[in-house]
Structures are given as C-alpha cells and as structure tokens.
Design a protein around this ligand. Structure first.
Ligand SMILES: C[S@@+](CC[C@H](N)C(=O)[O-])C[C@H]1O[C@@H](n2cnc3c(N)ncnc32)[C@H](O)[C@@H]1O
Length: 333
C-alpha cells in the first residue's frame, strides 16, 4: 500500500483562517490510548516525535489537562506553525527541532524524566505536500528537493542525477514497491545525460511516459516519489531508531502509539512490537492495526491509508529502566 497524494486539506482559503491546517488522523483514538495511562503518568510528558503542525498535540493537551508535551519535528517550517497553534498551552509544551533519531538525546537534555508516552505520526504533512517549493508533489512543479529537514545535504535531485541505474532501480523497488523499477531507472539514466532533473514535474512526466497510459488508481509517479522521499529523509532508519528509543525510555506503564501510512512502515512497527512482546517488554494494545472510522475517512481522504498500532511498556525483573539524572523532576517545568 502506498501514499496517494492528498495534500489539499491545508489551504487557507478552504479553512478561512490565517494558519494552514494539517487535519490530524485518528486523533480520537490517539487520545483514547493515552487516556488509559496509569494515574501516576497522567501528569507526565508525552514525546510527540512528529509534531508537524501540532494537531495531535493540541488534541492531547485539550483532552488530558494534566499532561505535558515535548513536541519534536525536523521541519522548522512545521514547528513555526505548531508554535502559533499551541500558544495557549505555552506552560505545558516544549517545541524543539530535531529528528526521531535524536529523541534519546533530547529526552535526556530536556530533563523530563522517563516519558509517559511516545507518539509517531509518520510520513509527510499536508503542509509539506501542498507547498510546491518543498518538492514533494508530483502534481505541482517545484524543485526536486523533498527534504523535511532542510539542513540535510542530500536532495531528491542528488539521488536522481547521481545514483547509478541499479541503485535507482533497487530504491524504487524496495522503498516504493514499484514493479517497473528497472524500466524507470533506465529511462532516468538515459534522460539525465541530456539534462539533469531539477524539477518535480519533469521527473513525474518521464515516469508517466515510461509507464504509458492505461487505467491506474494512483498517479504513475506515486511510488517513485515515495521511494525518493523515504531515501532523502532516511525514513526506514528513523522509524527503527524511534521504536528503539520508545522501548528504552518509556516509563513502566507508558504507551507507544504509531500511525503509519503504508505497508513498509506498518510491517516494521508490527515486527518491533511483536519482538518486544515476546521479550516481555511490550503489552500489545492493538492485535490488529486500527483504521480510521468511516466518518473520518469521508471527511479526510488522507486517513484512508492510516494504520495505528499501540503498546504499553512493561518492565520485568532484569529489564532495567534507564538511569535518570537524580536532579531531574518529572512533570511540568
Ligand atoms: C504526518 S505529519 C504529522 C502531523 C501532526 N501529527 C499533526 O497533527 O499536525 C509528519 C511530520 O513528521 C515530521 N517527521 C517525519 N519524519 C521525521 C523524523 N524522522 N524526525 C522528526 N520529524 C519527522 C515531518 O516533518 C512532518 O512534519
């Protein structure tokens, strides 16, 4: 299962307000899973590792008035919007730019004690998709960029113009589940000898021409764009690091909630939680992934491919909690 590009949920004109909005997916369910935290963790800290525009965090802070949130995103533009959206909760939130792979360091640095929960709402936001200059969209022309964190050196253009043919084909096949990966890689390598690919639509058009017409449910470039986005942002490794950080740092009884949007991610989450459950580290709260209810799917098409998994951290004998700095207090600053 792959992303279809549904980015138009954010436009200001549609919502008639000053800030663009990313409609959080499965927000009711996320709140319900955290409502089930043990009472001693209800005043603790949730680490929202994919803060985006703060949609989930806003729901959590509204619904659970004793909880605090450390919101982290690698995209400074998203953080700016979240800061505005969450202004009224200033005493209960800290917002930091960073990657999921840096959460362990951030949790220590922020001295918030062992978190009560980790939340990961994976993938790209509507803001990123809608903004042509970010280069995520195959429907609007923009630079072939796709970096969520613009401090990264490598853009999608670097990959498309410099990787050799077999590496490109493998990338499209394994990270995009594109069956025609070899033909597309061959066509890219032939075309780039004439001129490098610098724009999203030039690449999307080439993929569409290579795959020919025919009836398809999704745009022909969907899988190639997904693969490039995953490579540019190292999404596979980031997820694994996030799952490891949650397992290591969560307080006993703390909860992990992960929302993924394609099977590659969901399989990783399922495997990590199953391994942890066998080792006695996790109690699974979802035997099967939770999907959005019909009303949500109708109102927000982006939610149709969302899958949520949740688990509770168990700690048994021999499974030691990370050592906390003794001067660190849990709870609000
Ligand atoms: C689907 S959006 C999250 C939306 C958010 N839950 C909301 O309701 O507004 C995903 C966000 O995660 C961020 N992101 C993705 N991978 C990340 C990573 N490895 N580290 C930090 N942020 C990441 C993206 O920049 C994007 O803003």
């Amino acid at each position: 299962m792959v992303w279809t590009e549904v980015g138009s949920m954010t436009s200001r004109a549609q919502h008639g307000q000053d800030e663009p909005l990313h409609v959080p997916v499965l927000a009711r369910e996320v709140v319900d899973f955290l409502r089930g935290l043990p009472s001693e963790l209800q005043t603790g800290w949730v680490v929202d590792g994919t803060l985006g525009m703060g949609g989930h965090t806003e729901h959590l802070l509204d619904a659970l008035p004793a909880l605090n949130v450390l919101g982290v995103d690698q995209d400074e533009q998203a953080l700016g919007h979240a800061r505005t959206r969450l202004e009224r909760f200033a005493r209960r939130v800290r917002l930091r730019q960073g990657r999921i792979s840096e959460l362990a360091r951030l949790v220590r640095k922020e001295r918030i004690g062992l978190p009560a929960a980790f939340l990961f709402d994976l993938g790209v936001s509507s803001l990123q998709l809608d903004e042509a200059t970010r280069g995520f969209s195959f429907q609007q022309d923009g630079p072939l960029d796709m970096r969520m964190d613009r401090r990264r050196a490598r853009t999608a253009a670097e990959i498309v113009n410099h990787w050799d043919e077999s590496d490109l084909a493998d990338l499209f096949y394994y990270e995009g589940e594109e069956r025609h990966s070899r033909a597309i890689a061959r066509a890219i390598v032939a075309a780039r000898t004439r001129a490098p690919f610098l724009r999203t639509l030039a690449l999307a058009d080439l993929v569409a021409r290579t795959l020919g017409g025919g009836h398809q449910k999704i745009h022909p470039a969907t899988r190639v764009f997904q693969a490039l986005r995953r490579a540019v942002n190292e999404e596979g490794d980031e997820l694994l690091e996030g799952l490891a950080a949650a397992r290591h740092w969560l307080a006993a009884g703390g909860r992990l909630v992960v929302i993924s949007f394609h099977s590659l991610e969901d399989v990783e989450v399922k495997r990590a939680l199953a391994d942890g459950a066998r080792a006695g580290a996790w109690r699974l709260l979802t035997k099967k992934p939770v999907s959005a209810a019909r009303d949500e799917q109708r109102a927000n098409p982006r939610s149709r491919s969302a899958r949520l998994r949740a688990a509770e951290r168990l700690r048994g004998p021999g499974d030691e909690a990370p050592v906390e700095d003794e001067s660190v207090e849990g709870g609000a600053p």
